[in-house]
Design a binder for this molecule. Structure first.
Ligand code: PEP
Ligand code: MG
Length: 585
């Protein structure tokens, strides 16, 4: 049994069989085989090589037909290498002599060759190293199973374990195949963690050596409440974990009873609790959990889960469906927030050196106007079916807001000329996620209809801490005096200008922060749907005066730890029965 601690990214506890993704490149299993296994293992290796040669032959023919014989030569060269006894014989020798499994033998022989080639320190040999790495990946892929095949062959959902997953990979595996997720990289508010929570599946991220410690089919426990993964648990650990999981489930279902109640404080202040969604179908979860509408529709997920960008009609259908499911309730659609960790670097001609400070969000949209206009047309067309607010992400200068508004105006005029129905005065707001916008909130308030504070990014840009990097996860916290001052500034600017300011970062759904946020003056919070009943419980237990006193007290603190501890203690004091053991970080 091995216990590995990471970061609790999505609640729930499950026991299941592990399935490693991306393992062929990073974690090659190594074991000693018994003498009787030598021949079958050599046969397995031969079969893998033959299958790789067959693939290469197919690739060569296709390339020859499309790009000519010269370009296809690379594949004949690779086929030749895989038939070369100087590569093959030593691998067979390692299996027989060292009694290594085929994967480890392949890995070792390729490592030797790569080392020898690199020692020449010549460009010609360096290119050959790339060929070797490519070939090794191909043969190991055959031995360990191609990823899609392994996923397709799964007969029951598995615990997906990977060094790293992108948000789109996680969404694509999704329900049906995944029981839970564990990744070695990542932080609590990284976008992939948001997808795990949206899927409602337990997840632990930032879990060191998780992929190295398991093999396909191993039994693992994932405890998404405490951020622990247990590999090959013994009976006692299994029982203990399941008991704690059951306890957490019971607490959640007790809190779920709040879903149908009104979100009103003891002194009668009505708080609007909204849901963050990535797909139209999640509206049902928002309503089931007692949400008042959608405060953040992360539309880029419509792009991230398909190979091709959805066209205007597909987007229009998605937005219209969302609006219709909401049946007159609030709906804020955020325009594309592509870039950073929400864009496969592979899709860019030149990967970004510093993607979180690069071409992302509104910057990306402004530089890709046809795509942006298509989205705005789809949103506006859908606005004919119910109330919609439009929100631009990561605005950092006033010029960006002005430019985006101008483009919106152009699109509205086009629709008018075409006689297509749409809301003629849609409310247009911005996310406040960058310190420059938070500091200049008064200026922005003169030109925006509303603000939504995105603390997930605001924390990362204020503290200079990558939200998805497990190495600095302990430095990433919204309970920072600097972040709270910026939030306060935005709320004040909104109040001064008479426009709504709400908050849609992950802390909106963390009950530890609820009293503080209400005390600072927020009356609308948007969160992952499953957290709505939990936050509603806090809202219904407090009065605003208490929250304001807490906010004033916390406002005088100068350390993150002091702020966080105080907030947690106050929550426990407020409702020991439900929040006595609350684990949220
Ligand atoms: C945020 O940054 O707080 C936010 C809600 O946006 P996202 O998490 O999609 O970046
Ligand atoms: Mg953001």
């Amino acid at each position: 049994m091995e216990i590995i601690r990471g970061i609790a990214a999505s609640p729930g506890t499950v026991v299941g069989k592990a399935l490693l993704l991306g393992a062929a490149e990073t974690h090659v299993p190594r074991r000693t085989i018994p003498p009787r296994q030598v021949e079958p293992e050599q046969q397995r290796f031969h079969a893998a090589v033959q299958a790789a040669i067959a693939d290469l032959g197919g690739l060569r023919q296709r390339t020859e037909a499309q790009l000519g014989a010269e370009t296809a030569k690379i594949f004949s060269f690779h086929e030749g290498m895989l038939q070369d006894p100087s590569l093959i014989d030593p691998i067979l020798g390692l299996i027989a002599g060292e009694r290594l499994n085929a994967e480890a033998a392949v890995h070792e022989r390729f490592e030797q060759l790569i080392g020898q080639f690199r020692a020449f320190k010549s460009d010609v040999f360096e290119q050959k190293v790339d060929d070797l790495i490519d070939l090794r990946r191909r043969v190991l892929g055959k031995l360990m199973g191609e990823e899609e095949d392994r996923l397709a062959r799964l007969t029951e959902p598995a615990v997906i374990i990977a060094h790293e997953l992108t948000p789109s990979q996680a969404a694509a595996v999704g329900h049906g195949k995944a029981l839970a997720f564990v990744t070695e990289s990542g932080g609590l508010t990284g976008h992939v963690s948001i997808v795990f929570r949206a899927l409602g599946l337990p997840a632990v991220v930032g879990c060191p050596k998780a992929a190295e410690s398991v093999q396909d089919g191993d039994e693992v426990i994932v405890d998404g409440d405490t951020g622990v993964m247990i590999v090959r648990p013994d009976a006692q650990a299994r029982e203990e974990c399941l008991r704690r999981g059951e306890q957490a489930r019971r607490l959640r279902s007790a809190l779920a009873e709040n879903a149908g109640l009104e979100a009103v404080t003891r002194d009668g202040t009505r708080i609007q609790l909204l849901g963050n969604i990535e797909f139209p179908e999640e509206v049902t979860a928002v309503l089931r959990n007692g949400g008042d509408g959608v405060g953040l529709f992360r539309t880029e997920f419509l792009f991230l889960t398909s190979d091709q960008a959805p066209d205007e009609e597909a987007q229009y259908q998605a937005y219209r469906r969302t609006i219709e499911l909401l049946d007159g309730r609030a709906c804020t659609i955020r325009t594309l927030d592509l870039g950073a960790d929400k864009w496969t670097q592979a899709m860019l001609h030149e990967p970004e050196r510093n993607p979180f400070l690069g071409l992302r969000s509104i910057r990306y949209s402004l530089q890709n106007q046809p795509m942006f206009k298509t989205q705005l047309r789809a949103v506006l067309r859908a606005s004919a079916h119910g109330p919609v607010k439009i929100m631009f992400p990561l605005v950092s200068t006033l010029m960006e807001l002005r430019q985006a508004r101008l483009i919106l105006r152009d699109v509205m005029e086009e629709l008018d000329e075409e006689g297509i129905a749409h809301d003629r005065r849609p409310r247009v707001g911005i996310m406040i996620e960058v310190p420059s916008a938070a500091l200049m909130a008064r200026t922005f308030a003169a030109e925006a209809d509303f603000f939504s504070i995105g603390t997930n990014d605001l924390v990362q840009y204020t503290l200079a801490v990558d939200r998805g990097n497990e190495r600095v996860a302990s430095l990433y916290t919204a309970a920072s005096p600097a972040v709270l001052q910026l939030v306060k500034n935005v709320i004040r600017a909104g109040r001064h200008a008479g426009i709504d300011a709400s908050l849609c970062g992950e802390i909106a759904g963390d009950p530890v922060f609820t009293m503080l946020l209400l005390g600072m003056g927020l009356r609308t919070l948007s969160m992952v749907p499953a957290q709505i009943p939990v936050v509603k419980r806090v809202v219904r237990t407090v009065d605003i005066g208490l929250c304001e006193r807490l906010a004033r007290r916390v406002g005088s603190f100068d350390s993150e730890r002091q702020i966080h501890t105080t907030l947690r203690d106050e929550l426990r004091k407020l409702d020991p029965a439900n929040f006595g053991g609350w684990a949220a970080a």
